[in-house]
Design a binder for this molecule. Structure first.
Ligand SMILES: *[C@@H]1O[C@H](CO)[C@@H](O)[C@H](O)[C@H]1NC(C)=O
Ligand SMILES: *[C@@H]1O[C@H](CO)[C@@H](O)[C@H](O)[C@H]1NC(C)=O
Ligand SMILES: *[C@@H]1O[C@H](CO)[C@@H](O)[C@H](O)[C@H]1NC(C)=O
Length: 440
């Protein structure tokens, strides 16, 4: 091992992921105090935060929680790949795949008159806006009671929004839709009500009010899809937020901290680097960017251009996603990064943990990792690409190749790699901004 001591990375004790939830006793109400909503900025919590009612009831071990997140990522990757290669141009109000996934980050919203408070999973690769409604058969929880809201309105079959959902059905005169995924089905009414994020009320917000579900996989939250389809939140709030938002995602290591979701062009950072968002009209729910190369230390690793190339027809390319936890690269790209990373470790013995194939059980000196996007290089902090066991005994490169069962052409820049950065989606100017920001 050629490592020099001064640069030795101390594999510090960190409380990673679920292990921290053992002490999850903070009263949720305090976390979500209304004073935290400022203008168009609202707090974002990790779903395992003590501030989240959705955190697991008992703390898993570090290994268990990493494996759990990897397993959920696999489902997520299948979902994203299905979007990327789908031959459908219709963008559904709710996507079946999403329903079996666990969210990573949640925000608080209010709906109805008087307002009812609910938590929504934030998802940049989805247009869905759905909420489990009171009276829902088969939902694990119901977060919204339409009869208690004077502004609630189910949409009729003749409403233009009814034509934008997949397979709309008319029972009586109300517009509804059914979805299936695997063994699960969902039936929802297309509805409108006043929706409030931060302090801005959005009247006549269109969403799916879930009335019935089978299977046991519908998560208790509603969903706040932040992609760009016709019925998406961004489309519906165009005049208020001008299709502009940014977030800073808090680290898994700081579960008590919140990040923020900032809506609209006001208050967005000035000093920020940009890369163009690529237009793929057939896959409007994915935010594609042009990843041109990856550096490990100062060396640009040898990745075949085809592994990174954007192709609107096949769906190939690179997307930035808030719902995947660990970055996944197509095999030739991942292999090139991993091999160079390992080469830098010299002869240190490599072990694995689940889908992570580059782990070390001794202290290591790590090179930097830089994503080279068109117009913007992003050098990651170590916390963005290394995970450490709580006992400090294992350190893994927190990226992987696309799972075997996914015929993937997609590189996914995931949320661990985005933590403690301000990520700005500027749709009118077709660009994505990234700046370091400590939000936890
Ligand atoms: C989070 O906050 C609670 C209550 O203030 C505290 O008991 C707990 O130790 C904190 N957890 C972490 C991981 O900081
Ligand atoms: C949709 O689901 C509802 C509730 O399960 C059911 O009554 C209805 O027949 C379904 N409609 C279609 C077209 O499958
Ligand atoms: C990114 O880094 C590469 C290699 O070091 C360099 O050639 C390129 O000019 C940089 N791009 C930007 C936008 O700074």
């Amino acid at each position: 091992m050629k490592a020099s001591l001064p640069t030795l990375l101390l594999v510090t004790l960190v409380v990673v992921v679920l292990t921290a939830t053992a002490s999850a006793a903070a009263p949720a109400a305090k976390c979500w105090s209304h004073s935290q909503d400022q203008g168009s900025t609202l707090p974002v919590f990790h779903v395992y935060s003590p501030c989240s009612p959705f955190r697991p009831a008992h703390a898993a071990s570090w290994e268990e929680s990493v494996l759990q997140m990897q397993a959920e990522d696999k489902v997520r990757l299948q979902y994203l790949s299905s979007l990327a290669v789908a031959h459908k141009s219709i963008v559904p109000i709710a996507s079946g795949r999403q329903i079996v996934q666990s969210p990573t980050y949640i925000v608080r919203a209010k709906i109805g008159t008087p307002p009812q408070t609910l938590l929504l999973a934030m998802d940049t690769s989805n247009d869905a806006a759905w909420i489990p409604c009171e009276g829902c058969l088969g939902c694990t929880s119901t977060v919204f009671s339409p009869p208690k809201s004077t502004s609630y309105k189910p949409l009729s079959c003749s409403a233009p929004q009814c034509k934008q959902v997949p397979n709309p059905t008319c029972s009586g005169s109300a517009c509804s839709f059914n979805l299936t995924y695997g063994g699960s089905t969902i039936a929802a009414d297309v509805s409108q009500d006043t929706f409030t994020l931060a302090t801005d009320p959005i009247p006549f917000y269109t969403f799916g009010c879930i009335k019935k579900t089978t299977g046991n996989s519908v998560p208790p939250q509603g969903l706040l899809g932040l992609s760009r389809g016709p019925l998406s939140f961004l489309s519906q709030t165009q005049s208020l937020y001008h299709s502009t938002f940014s977030y800073c995602l808090p680290s898994f290591k700081a579960l008590n901290f919140s990040g923020s979701l900032r809506l609209g062009p006001v208050g967005q950072p000035i000093r920020i680097k940009y890369t163009p968002l690529l237009k793929n009209p057939r896959r409007s729910s994915l935010y594609y960017v042009n990843l041109r190369g990856i550096k490990v230390g100062r060396r640009t690793v040898d990745i075949p251009p085809s592994a990174l190339a954007f192709n609107p027809t096949t769906g190939a390319g690179t997307v930035i996603d808030s719902g995947t936890v660990f970055t996944r690269l197509v095999t030739p790209a991942y292999t090139a990064v991993r091999d160079e990373f390992r080469r830098r470790m010299g002869n240190v013995v490599v072990t694995s943990l689940g889908g992570f194939d580059t782990c070390y059980s001794v202290p290591i000196v790590v090179p930097t990792i830089t994503f080279m996007f068109e117009g913007m290089n992003v050098t990651l902090a170590q916390d963005n690409f290394l995970i450490h066991s709580s006992a400090g005994s294992l350190t893994c490169l927190a990226m992987a190749a696309a799972p075997d069962n996914v015929n993937s052409v997609l590189n996914v820049i995931a949320n661990m790699q985005q933590q403690n950065h301000r990520v700005l989606y500027d749709i009118p100017n077709s660009r994505l901004g990234v700046a370091r920001e400590t939000c936890s």
